[in-house]
Design a protein around this ligand. Structure first.
Ligand code: P6P
Length: 336
């Protein structure tokens, strides 16, 4: 049972036995993630003071300008996890392909892979708006001791062992699930410790907030347009409030605490949606469902989608269960 103000380290140890045959590898992986998060948090919080904001002069596989903090966060998480010989493979939004770790070492017995979006919402970095890191952990499906393969990463989200995010906001929080509910830990930067501040987070079944980039309205599917007009209608407990800061982790975190829905639909600019299935939608969907929320592409449960490519994108509708159900009602009524 979670105790208020318990540290993340105590919490991980206390819950380690949730995993049958746990060799402590998952605990060591979560410990590596929380260490890397502290290092990245330090840089994010002083970005304006040193020459680390701004573009790194390169672009990633997404064709997006890589911000210096993107590169720093990517390198920090990959190095911290690799140095501890905890996983057999890592995939990242910032890496064209997955990274096989110790694949030549026949004694390599590590059984987990991790997928990360090292710094989501990076377009907000230079304007001092909160950003986040998202991670997803699977057990490998190919034989332990052999080189990791694409199928180890291309698993349905329902197979995730753990998932979480760090939101570098007014305070820095690490929120994660291992399939036994969702717990949030707030960093005390003076002590460098994470304290359980939000035990057993639950999405309110209804909410008053909808989060979508309405600049794309004319380009949305008819069902989404109808749902947005529903949110704006003056009847019952509406109009809802529109809140969208262009950082998935921050919009999602606020909606999970207060109740709300986040939508990133397909459009002509993003014909399969913008968000990436493996390291954005799957981990956020796992957390949402563990917190009594829902996550779909408008029609299918995100966690049931069979991935076909490392960086594939999907439309994303996620949040309070009654709000997602209503959005899906409109999507199904106005299928295109
Ligand atoms: P747009 C950030 O790039 C991101 O992946 C999410 O964090 C965010 O919600 C979305 O894209 C913002 O996209 O097209 O509205 O600027």
């Amino acid at each position: 049972m979670a105790k208020k103000n318990q540290t993340l380290g105590e919490f991980i140890i206390e819950n380690q036995n949730d995993f049958p045959y746990s060799s402590g590898e998952l605990s060591r992986l979560l410990n590596a993630i929380r260490l890397a998060a502290k290092v990245v948090n330090h840089e994010v919080n002083k970005a304006g003071l040193v020459d680390i904001t701004g573009a790194a002069g390169d672009t990633n596989i997404q064709g997006e300008d890589q911000q210096k903090l993107d590169v720093y966060a990517n390198d920090t998480f990959i190095q911290t996890i690799t140095d501890r010989n905890i996983v057999c493979g890592i995939a990242s939004e910032e890496e064209d392909d997955f990274i096989a770790i110790n694949s030549q070492d026949a004694n390599h017995q590590n059984k987990y892979v991790v997928l990360i979006d090292p710094l989501d919402g990076s377009s907000n970095i230079d304007v001092n708006v909160s950003v986040g890191t998202i991670f997803s952990i699977f057990r490998r499906v190919t034989p332990v001791g052999t080189p990791v393969q694409p199928k180890d990463f291309l698993q349905r989200g329902a197979q995730q062992v753990a998932a979480g995010y760090i939101v570098y906001g007014t305070s820095t929080m690490l929120v994660y699930t291992t399939g036994k509910g969702v717990n949030g830990f707030t960093l005390n930067p003076a002590l460098g410790s994470w304290y359980l501040s939000h035990p057993n987070i639950q999405f309110p079944e209804d909410g008053q907030i909808y989060s979508v980039n309405e600049g794309n309205y004319l380009d949305f599917p008819e069902g989404i347009k109808k749902y947005i007009k529903y949110c704006q209608a003056v009847e019952d407990n509406r109009p809802y409030t529109s809140r969208y800061i262009g950082s998935l982790v921050s919009d999602f975190h606020r909606n999970m605490i207060k109740g709300g829905i986040y939508l990133y639909p397909k459009s002509s600019t993003n014909p399969t949606g913008k968000l990436r299935l493996l390291y954005e939608c799957n981990p956020i969907a796992f957390i949402a469902e563990q917190a009594n929320g829902l996550a779909s592409d408008g029609y299918r449960r995100i966690l049931e989608i069979e991935p076909t490519a490392l960086h594939q994108r999907v439309p994303f509708v996620c949040g309070s269960k009654n709000m997602v159900a209503k959005a899906e009602e409109f999507m199904n009524a106005f299928q295109e």
